[in-house]
Ligand binder design. Structure first.
Ligand SMILES: C[S@@+](CC[C@H](N)C(=O)[O-])C[C@H]1O[C@@H](n2cnc3c(N)ncnc32)[C@H](O)[C@@H]1O
Length: 276
């Protein structure tokens, strides 16, 4: 059974990347294999053998690339996600490498053939996007690739905004539910989420004591835990992507699309300009 590590509770980062690390891959409802196959086909076609995943999360893609014999490094700011990724790579002897670090500042002497930044992980504000793209550019060789995904402005579903969206999952005897409400301002979507984790089967062995029937039960007592999470993502138009890329010395090579459970993601493949 997945156990929530109490030591993780003090972390100030968002719960989805910390206390809820063990659930990340099921909560992020997507066809992981299909997405990997898409990215892998681009990587193979462009003869990339040295890859970095910026904001690698649970490290799924890096682990899969390493299994295929590529040199793959995952970088993430979350220590818990990096621990999760390392533990899996070790168990599977994949040879994947992971490091805790910040994608705005990370440096490497040896350049990479390709950098990934997946699951709508690029920053939302122009200044930070520029910083992220400039640093990605420094990490990649001339002609190398940067691949990231986003959703298009033209596909915003306004009727979904400011409504509760309730989802639930079950994994290894645990149940988890998420209630989300999203709102939008200038193409930036803020999602406010509440997660409730029910740990295992509630054992109900003894008859209830009548005098304690209406007693208040303490929150997060181990059998049920709740977390409040919030996040921001930004929708883009294709001209905006082209312009942002150009300012950081990339050109758009290709755009691919993949459906998710509800919406379609675009994967943009940027190529670094050769330096004069
Ligand atoms: C939406 S998750 C995506 C994870 C993974 N790429 C995937 O495809 O599932 C965003 C990830 O970016 C990481 N992150 C956010 N800001 C970062 C930064 N400045 N440097 C490195 N990682 C960062 C988060 O910790 C989180 O793991």
């Amino acid at each position: 059974m997945i156990s929530l590590n109490p030591a993780r509770k003090r972390n100030t980062q968002r719960p989805l990347y910390n206390e809820l690390t063990d659930y990340y891959e099921i909560i992020e409802e997507r066809d992981w294999k299909r997405e990997f196959n898409l990215i892998n086909s681009i990587i193979q076609r462009n003869n990339c053998s040295r890859i970095i995943d910026l904001g690698c999360g649970s490290g799924y893609h890096v682990n899969e690339f390493a299994k295929k014999g590529l040199s793959a490094l995952g970088l993430d700011i979350s220590r818990n996600l990096i621990s999760f990724a390392r533990a899996r790579a070790k168990a599977q002897k994949s040879g994947a490498d992971y490091v805790v670090g910040n994608y705005y500042h990370f440096k490497s002497v040896r350049k990479f053939d390709a950098a990934l930044c997946l699951n709508w992980s690029i920053p939302v504000k122009n200044q930070e996007i520029k910083k992220f793209l400039d640093n990605s550019n420094r990490l990649i060789r001339n002609g190398g690739l940067l691949i990231f995904d986003y959703e298009r402005k033209s596909e915003i579903v306004h009727s979904d905004l400011n409504h509760m969206i309730i989802q639930q999952w079950e994994t290894k005897g645990q149940k988890i539910a998420r209630i989300s409400v999203g709102d939008l301002k200038s193409s930036i979507l803020r999602s406010q989420d509440v997660y409730v984790v029910f740990n295992g089967r509630a054992s109900f062995k003894n008859s209830p004591v009548e005098s304690r029937r209406y007693e208040r039960v303490s929150e997060n007592d181990g059998s049920i835990q709740t977390y409040i999470d919030h996040s921001f993502v930004r929708f883009f138009s294709r001209p905006e992507i082209r312009e942002m890329a150009f300012r950081s010395k990339f050109k758009v090579k290709e755009i691919r699309r993949l459906p998710r459970t509800k919406y379609t993601r675009e994967y943009v493949i940027l190529e670094k300009f050769a330096e004069a």
